[in-house]
Design a protein around this ligand. Structure first.
Ligand code: AHN
Ligand code: ZN
Length: 328
């Protein structure tokens, strides 16, 4: 018998003894070596996506947007979160001013080790990628972009309420992500016209000294058989978090969704969380650098509806998040 084998047997015996002393029948957990997390409910997440889409387009400045904000606020409160609404004002691509609301749900506020989970909850006022030019000034329903990410996070919140995590979790729903310069605009160009809510949140995070170990942004995480490549801004600022999340997904058997390959770079809310707030943050986004648009062909069209939402994909993403949250 080699020395390593002896040590292994000794360790196993010690672990069994400790388990017996604690009186917890968790031998199964130890023998398989798997780590545990609550089970994410894909049907529940799907319903949360549907509830948002039922309001219609959630474009800032509209009654539907206001109604959806109230729904998100009350739902997080129902799930035991400490909720803060961050009201702000930003300048759009054309110089107009727009009011917005970032919605922040906090779990375990006293914990110093924290995880940031985010998605944008507004929808784009322009279907400027639609094949029919008559639709270019119409708002999109945004089932995948980005009610899908918010739906996953609402189900995560429900699970956090049922099973208190050891770490702190902050769920931030960014507003005004998707009012970036439209294709049809011919006026003077401004910089950074996307992600206006997250830009503001990141500036406030600096002022308040908010810190998290890392962040995970969800964007377009609901399409059937979606593939998530390792997005390059994520890898640049937070490769450890990319590895952690992609490894968690592989360990759960989700390797056909979480592709172990580098994808393109996408300007998204996580850029400002990284660059401005200085919090390492990754983006789980359906972006295929080898396809024509990069995104699904319903992206920024009137066709971004519930027919492109699959509860299996929501489950895969949500279960991966729970694996990360409950095994810090
Ligand atoms: C740009 O198209 C510059 N960024 C994509 C970010 C986005 C828009 N995500 C959803 N809608
Ligand atoms: Zn969009």
């Amino acid at each position: 018998m080699r020395i390593t084998q002896k040590i292994t047997i000794l360790l196993l015996a010690t672990v069994s003894l400790l388990a017996a002393c604690a009186g917890k029948p968790n031998a199964e957990k130890q023998s398989t070596g798997t780590v545990s997390a609550p089970v994410f409910n894909g049907d529940s997440a799907y319903q949360f996506v549907q509830r948002q889409v039922d309001f219609g387009a959630r474009v800032p400045g509209t009654a539907q947007h206001t109604a959806c904000a109230a729904f998100l606020d009350t739902t997080f409160r129902r799930f035991g979160a400490q909720v803060t609404i961050q009201n702000g004002e930003a300048t759009l691509y054309d110089g107009r001013t727009m009011r917005f609301k970032n919605i922040i749900a906090c779990y375990n506020p006293q914990a110093s080790k924290r995880l940031l989970l985010c998605a944008h909850w507004d929808t784009r006022p322009y279907a400027d990628q639609d094949t029919n030019p008559a639709n270019h000034h119409k708002p999109i329903l945004g089932a995948n972009d980005a009610a899908s990410g918010v739906g996953v996070l609402l189900e995560v919140a429900r699970q956090l309420h049922l099973n208190e995590p050891t770490i702190g979790v902050d769920i931030v729903l960014f507003d005004l992500e998707d009012w970036g310069t439209p294709e049809f605009y011919t006026g003077p160009q401004r910089e950074d016209t996307w992600c206006l809510g997250s830009q503001y949140w990141a500036q406030q995070a600096v002022k308040s000294g908010y810190k998290a170990e890392f962040g995970i942004l969800l964007d377009m995480v609901g399409a059937p058989n979606a593939q998530f490549y390792k997005e390059q801004i994520s890898t640049y600022y937070a490769s450890f978090a990319v590895e952690k999340v992609w490894n968690a997904a592989q360990s759960l058997g989700f390797g056909s969704y979480f592709i172990n390959q580098s994808g393109g770079a996408v300007t998204d809310d996580h850029l400002y969380v990284n660059r401005v707030a200085n919090i390492p943050c990754i983006d789980i986004i359906q972006y295929n650098p080898y396809s024509t648009t990069g995104f699904g062909d319903y992206w920024h069209t009137m066709d971004d509806t519930m027919k492109h939402i699959d509860k299996n994909t929501l489950y895969v993403v949500g279960q991966t998040l729970l694996q990360v949250i409950y095994n810090p």
